[in-house]
Structure formats: C-alpha cells, structure tokens
Design a protein around this ligand. Structure first.
Ligand code: AMP
Length: 332
C-alpha cells in the first residue's frame, strides 16, 4: 500500500483554508492509503511563540483533526518522534542555502516579523523547509496532500532527496508527489488577494469551530468587487463560489452561477448561501469535538501510543541513513 504523509502546525485555530486545501483530503485518503499525519510542534517554534500555548495548541489541533474525521491511529505529535530533528541535520548538509532564501514563505514571514514588534528572524524560519523535508522523507512517503502554498517546499524536498540519492549513489529516498484537493487555495475573505491564514491576522481566517455570529460577520463583510464592470470574475466573488463548491453545495452553486452569468447575481444571496454552508459544517465539527473532549485522557494516551508506533518507521530510516552516510560506530 502506498504511503501518504502530511502535517499541520499547532499555531492556533484550524481554519477553512486548512480544511478545504488539505485536511479534507487527509480524511478522504484514509480509505485508500497508509496515512501518517503529524502535528508538527517543532515547526511552530520558528515564529515568536509562548511555550504554554504551544502545548495547549498541539492538543487542540489533535482534537480538531479527530473532530473532522482523521483516525486516531494515523496521528502523531512530531516532538514525540525526535528522529525528525536528527534527519533534519543530516539533510541540511544536502540542502542549498540559496534555494532556502528564495522560498516565498520565508520572504513573507520574515517581512511580517520585521514589520512586527520584534524584528527578530530566527534561522529556524529559514531552515524549516529542511525539517519539513525530513518529516516527509523519514516515512518514505509516496504522496503528500498539502495546499498550493506548500508546492515550493515540496519541490525543495524532492531536490534534497535527489541530491542525497545522487551523492550516496543509491535511489534511497522516495521522491514524494504532491496531492492537491480540488480547491488547493482558499483566499482571505477580508483580502482575497492573500491566502486565508491565521498568521496574517484575525480577520484573514475563519475557524472551523467558529460561532455562527463570527461566520456571519466574516462572510457578510467579505470583499467582493469595486463595483466596476469587468470581464473576469473578481477574486472575492470567485473565492465565495469556491467555498460553496468545496462544500459540495453544487445545486446552489449552479443556480447562483447562472445568476452571475446573467448579470443577475445579488451578492447578498451568495453571501447568505456561503455563510449558511459554513455554519452547518462548523456546527457538525463542534459537536464532534465536544464528544471527543469528554474522553480527553483516553485520547491523549491513544495519541502517545500511535506516536510510538509511527516512531518505529522513523527509527528504521535513521538507522539506514546513518549506515549510508558513514555516521555512527555501526562498523567498529
Ligand atoms: P499550516 O497551517 O501552515 O500548517 O498548513 C496546514 C495545511 O493547510 C498545509 O497543507 C497547507 O498547505 C494548507 N493550507 C493552509 N492555508 C491554506 C489556504 N489558505 N488554502 C489552502 N490550503 C491551505
């Protein structure tokens, strides 16, 4: 069976960009592949953070993932598998510094830090795509279901794996392939030129567990267009239609699209339909999460166990990598 690997950072609430861009796929793929899904807490240290919050958020994301349908045995917490950091070092010696500095996400996030109160940019922010490569390669994953924003990082992973294989003279690492959902990029409703993201600020994301009022507010105030007539659909309107489609509301999507094509679309109708759709989804997610939270202790133990099982794969890879790279006193 082919293996799938994906991961999410515990940096705050999960939003609809995460869900439609990646996590919905995680759930669907579980029937077809061997799936390994990580909550990557080491990654969350690249930006200024609070240790207590990090631990809270890590467990919160675990419960969020369970609530949307990820199976407990497929989940692990990255820092419970420390081999990721060991492979990270080894791979950093096969990574190009220049390529890292050209990563769009590094440029965006370092600009964000520079503009913020703390002008500190950690070297972790620069090198974290190597850790991401280690996350993927350590499981020899065939497929990686992530959003479009991660495409460049996946290319880097493939480059690192290729360079490693070339230098070792062996096709050791599998070159992973990206798996997109049909909606690989959800935009911010407040600024449809930017991707929906929790780090861009509150108004730029909609939580999967948001209250009805918040969803209403975000969608009602969604940027649509400037009112000027253009030949192409504005990014804001396209994003709202995309949310309907991603939620499988095809009937209403078709009917509103007909209105749009006949110049008869009332934005208020489109917004109402999107808001009701997200409210329906969030209501289900909240109920499921509450159910899992009643078994908090038991679930935490299950996650520790699944992490230890998944760790066995990582340990095996590290053993082989050390053998290949001349590390460790394996041959006294
Ligand atoms: P992160 O929250 O950055 O750890 O991202 C977790 C997953 O969600 C990754 O696979 C991202 O590609 C995906 N993702 C994050 N934001 C978006 C977005 N606005 N649209 C689509 N996918 C996204």
């Amino acid at each position: 069976m082919k293996r799938v690997l994906s991961a999410i950072q515990p940096t705050g609430d999960m939003h609809y960009g995460n869900y439609f861009g990646a996590v919905k796929n995680w759930v669907d793929l579980q029937d077809k592949y061997e799936c390994v899904y990580g909550v990557v807490d080491y990654h969350a240290m690249t930006m200024p953070y609070n240790p207590k919050k990090l631990r809270e958020n890590t467990w919160d994301v675990i419960f969020n993932l369970l609530a949307v349908g990820v199976n407990v045995e497929n989940l692990f917490i990255q820092s419970l598998v420390p081999e990721h950091t060991e492979l990270n070092w080894i791979l950093s010696c096969f990574s190009s510094y220049g390529q890292l500095t050209r990563m769009t996400q590094f440029k965006d996030k370092s600009a964000q830090n520079k503009a913020g109160e703390e002008s500190f940019i950690s070297s972790g922010l620069l090198s974290y795509p190597i850790l991401q490569a280690a996350d993927i390669l350590i499981y020899k994953a065939d497929f990686v279901p992530v959003g479009k924003d991660q495409q460049q990082h996946l290319e880097l992973t493939r480059n690192i794996a290729q360079r490693f294989n070339n230098q070792m003279g062996k096709e050791y690492f599998v070159l992973p392939e990206i798996l997109f959902t049909e909606t690989p990029k959800i935009m911010s409703t407040a600024d449809p030129m930017k991707k929906m993201s929790k780090s861009a600020g509150e108004k730029h994301s909609i939580s999967l567990f948001a209250d009805e009022k918040v969803i209403m507010k975000r969608i009602k105030s969604a940027v649509t267009d400037t009112g000027e007539k253009t030949d192409t659909m504005s990014p804001g309107i396209a994003n709202l239609f995309m949310l309907l489609k991603a939620s499988n509301k095809m009937d209403i999507h078709t009917s509103l699209m007909d209105d749009y094509n006949n110049n008869a679309l009332k934005y208020v109708d489109l917004k109402e339909a999107v808001a009701q759709t997200l409210i329906e989804l969030s209501t289900q997610f909240k109920a499921k999460k509450a159910e899992f939270l009643t078994n908090k202790k038991d679930i935490k133990n299950q996650i520790k166990y699944s992490s230890s099982q998944i760790r066995k794969i990582a340990q095996e890879t590290i053993k082989e990598v050390k053998e290949l790279t001349g590390l460790g006193n394996v041959r006294f």
